[in-house]
Design a binder for this molecule. Structure first.
Ligand SMILES: Cc1ncc(COP(=O)(O)O)c(C=O)c1O
Length: 422
C-alpha cells in the first residue's frame, strides 16, 4: 500500500473505510481527545452503557433475586460462547469468570496435575509479568520441584518460534506465552508452537489478552489446549470486567480447577457437602459472577461479531502500517525508534515507540495534547489502534502532536519520577 504524509490522505482513507460507521457505537465525550489506549482499556459502547443502566434499574432494582433465573445464572456460559466465536472455538469450551491472572492460575494448576511426571514449565521474557508471577507461585505451591524455563528475546521485540521449539523436551509439562506480546506487539505463530508442544507430549496455554477481538484466532483447529484472556481491552468490556478461559473439549473431564467453589459444583443448589466438579466448562467457575460487569461485555461483543474479525484485522494492519510509515517519515529524526515488528503479519494492533525521554513525552501528551497512549518501562510509548473506533486521521493527528511535544521541548517540565497507573 502507498501512504502519503498528509492529513488529506488520512481523510481519504477514512471515507472509504467500511468499518468507519462503527465509531458511532462508542461514547466520544471529548471530540478533541485522541484515545490510543484501547489495548489497555477499550472505549465504552453506547449499548454497554444502556445495558448497565437496565441491569441496575430493572434487573437489580425491580426483578431482584428473580433475575438469576432469567439469564444471570447462565451468563458466564452464554457470554463465553459469544467469545468462543471470536477465537475459533466451538461452543461449551469458554467460560467468563474472575480475572485473567486467576484464570491462568486455575489452568496452570490443572495442566501441571495432568502431566504429573514432567517438571518443566516454559515461557518467555516478553510475557506479561503477572503471568510469570502466577507461574512462580504455582511452582512453589506444587512443592518447588518444578522449574520455570524462560526463553529470552534478543531485541526485546520478538522471539522466534524456533527458540521456543528448541526449549521443549521430554520433561516439558507446559508451555505458556502471550499470543501478542504486551510491550512490542509481536504476534507468535501459535499453530506452529502448538504442533511441536503436542509432539513432545506437553500442554500449551495461550494468553489472548492482546489479540482477542483484533486478530484471527483458531484455537480448535490450532490444537490449543488451554487459553485465557482479558475482556476490557479490544473487547471493550469495561474496567475490571471478568476475564475468560478456554479448555479444549476433549480434556475437560481430566482438567480440574484447583479452587473448588460452589459455582463449579455439579449441582450447586443441591448444597451437597461433597464437591463434585461440573461435567462442563462450568467446573472452572468458582463463586458468584460479577453480574454488572459481566453483562456489560455482552453488547460490546455483539458489535465485534457483526463487524467481523477479518475486516477488523485488515483495518488494524492498515492502521499500524500507516502509523509505522509516519514514524519513519516524521519521528525517527526526533530520536524515536520503532519498538514493534515491521512485518504486519507479525504484529498485533498496537505499536510501540521508543525514546530515551519516553516517560516524560507520554506525560506531556496526556497533560497538554489531548492524546492518550500509555507508557511501559523502560522507554516505550504504546499506541493502541482499535479498528472499530480509531480513524486514519487520529493516527495522523497523533503523530503531529507527538512531534510538537518533542520539537517544542514541552516534556522537559515534567519530572522523571513515575507516578500512578502508567
Ligand atoms: C497479557 C496480559 N495478561 C494478563 C493480564 C492481567 O489481567 P488481570 O488484571 O485481569 O488479571 C494483563 C493485563 O493487562 C495482560 O495484558
Amino acid at each position: 500500500m502507498r501512504f502519503e504524509p498528509d492529513a488529506a490522505f488520512a481523510e481519504r482513507w477514512d471515507k472509504k473505510d467500511e468499518l468507519g460507521h462503527y465509531r458511532k457505537e462508542f461514547v466520544f465525550s471529548d471530540p478533541n481527545l485522541i484515545y490510543l489506549d484501547g489495548n489497555s482499556l477499550g472505549r465504552l459502547t453506547l449499548k454497554s452503557a444502556q445495558q448497565v443502566k437496565d441491569v441496575v434499574e430493572k434487573g437489580w432494582g425491580e426483578d431482584l433475586i428473580r433475575r438469576w433465573n432469567k439469564g444471570w445464572y447462565e451468563a458466564p456460559s452464554r457470554v463465553g460462547d459469544k467469545i468462543a466465536t471470536l477465537i475459533g472455538a466451538a461452543p461449551e469450551q469458554v467460560i467468563v469468570a474472575d480475572s485473567t491472572s486467576i484464570n491462568l492460575f486455575k489452568l496452570v494448576m490443572a495442566a501441571l496435575a495432568m502431566r504429573p511426571d514432567r517438571r518443566v514449565v516454559i515461557s518467555d521474557t516478553l510475557n506479561f509479568p503477572s503471568d510469570l508471577y502466577i507461574l512462580q507461585g504455582c511452582i512453589q505451591l506444587m512443592g518447588g520441584d518444578h522449574q520455570l524455563r524462560l526463553v529470552s528475546s534478543g531485541d526485546g521485540i520478538q522471539i522466534e518460534e524456533d527458540s521456543f521449539l528448541e526449549a521443549i523436551d521430554e520433561g516439558t509439562a507446559l508451555l505458556t506465552f502471550s499470543h501478542v506480546a504486551f510491550k512490542s506487539g509481536y504476534a507468535f505463530d501459535v499453530k506452529k508452537i502448538a504442533d511441536r508442544v503436542h509432539h513432545a507430549g506437553a500442554m500449551i496455554l495461550v494468553d489472548l489478552s492482546h489479540s482477542v477481538g483484533v486478530l484471527p484466532i483458531e484455537l480448535d483447529s490450532w490444537g490449543v489446549d488451554l487459553a485465557v484472556g482479558c475482556t476490557y481491552k479490544y473487547l471493550n468490556g469495561g474496567p475490571g470486567s471478568p476475564a475468560f478461559l478456554y479448555v479444549r473439549k476433549e480434556i475437560q473431564r481430566q482438567a480440574l480447577s484447583p479452587i473448588w467453589g460452589w459455582f463449579g459444583q455439579h449441582k450447586p443448589f443441591d448444597f451437597d457437602l461433597e464437591y463434585r466438579a461440573a461435567d462442563s466448562i462450568r467446573r472452572f467457575l468458582v463463586g458468584t459472577p460479577p453480574i454488572l460487569s459481566l453483562l456489560a461485555i455482552e453488547p460490546a461483543l455483539d458489535i465485534i461479531r457483526e463487524a467481523g474479525i477479518d475486516r477488523i484485522r485488515k483495518k488494524s494492519t492498515d492502521l499500524t502500517s500507516y502509523l509505522i510509515y509516519l514514524i519513519q517519515e516524521e519521528l525517527v529524526t526526533l530520536g524515536f525508534k520503532l519498538g514493534s515488528p515491521i512485518d504486519p503479519e507479525k504484529r498485533g494492533s498496537h505499536v510501540s515507540l521508543r525514546h530515551p525521554e519516553g516517560y516524560r513525552i507520554n506525560r506531556a501528551l496526556i497533560e497538554e495534547m489531548s492524546l492518550l497512549p500509555d507508557f511501559r518501562e523502560p522507554d516505550l510509548i504504546r499506541l493502541g489502534l482499535a479498528p472499530l473506533y480509531t480513524s486514519f486521521l487520529d493516527v495522523w493527528e497523533a503523530v503531529q502532536r507527538i512531534k510538537k511535544v518533542v520539537i517544542e521541548g514541552r516534556y522537559r517540565k515534567y519530572s522523571k519520577e513515575r507516578f500512578g497507573v502508567t
